[in-house]
Design a protein around this ligand. Sequence first.
Ligand code: PGA
Length: 259
Amino acid sequence: MSSPKRRPLIAGNWKMNLSLAQSVELAKAIKDGTKNSPADVAVCVPFTAIPVVAEVLKGSQVRLGGQDLYWEAQGAYTGEISAGQLVDAGASTVIIGHSERRRLFNETDEAVQKKLKSALAAKLVPIVCVGETLDERQTQKTWRVLETQMVGALRGFKPEELGPVIIAYEPVWAIGTGQTATPTQAQEAHNFLRKQAGKIVGEAFSSSVRILYGGSVTAENVDTLMAQPDVDGALVGGASLKAPSFVRIANFQVPVRGA
Ligand code: PGA
């Protein structure tokens, strides 16, 4: 179980799914089903769904986020959405550097850092994703890749600026594949990332930063993942699209130590 200093967070990433009507229905069910969750709960929804989901979640414990942003405040950037626009639409958090954006839309570490800077300036809680591909894992490059992505995102900030930042460890080979990292693999990577956070930013950040696991998290495997000391929550894709599975994940149960 993660340190009591770090309140767990279970975040859903709806990706490019659901109509507005389905979004409203799912948000309602999540709001009702997570009232007594031991964690903070968030849903990161398509841009177009943010205002309607914001309406549903008003006054509730569930936070609302976007899945990306562009770092400029406004201007001639066809198709992009700024941090200020996300806030205006009702979001309070945002995913940055998801592997699908890195892989399919050529997002670089430099872009991730610019996005992080603009999210922080707009007071959005950034969820920064890092993770290695299967090839990188099989060729023993995991630690080098994670280090490069962490340095790329976090270098150059003052420690106090990074207070709100959340990290998500998302091994690319586990995303949408049904192949989850084992609890031991997740713990090992999270512990490595926490040490990196210490080296790059400092000790206070390292012990307080929440590190979520993402990659085929389900109602069936969440409890053992959440039992790991450096796993502070989950970023959930596929299983966040159905209320029963996401609600169960948000109400994860960790065995009491020593019991
Ligand atoms: P998944 O996606 O749970 O469907 O594997 C996780 C993510 O991409 O955030």
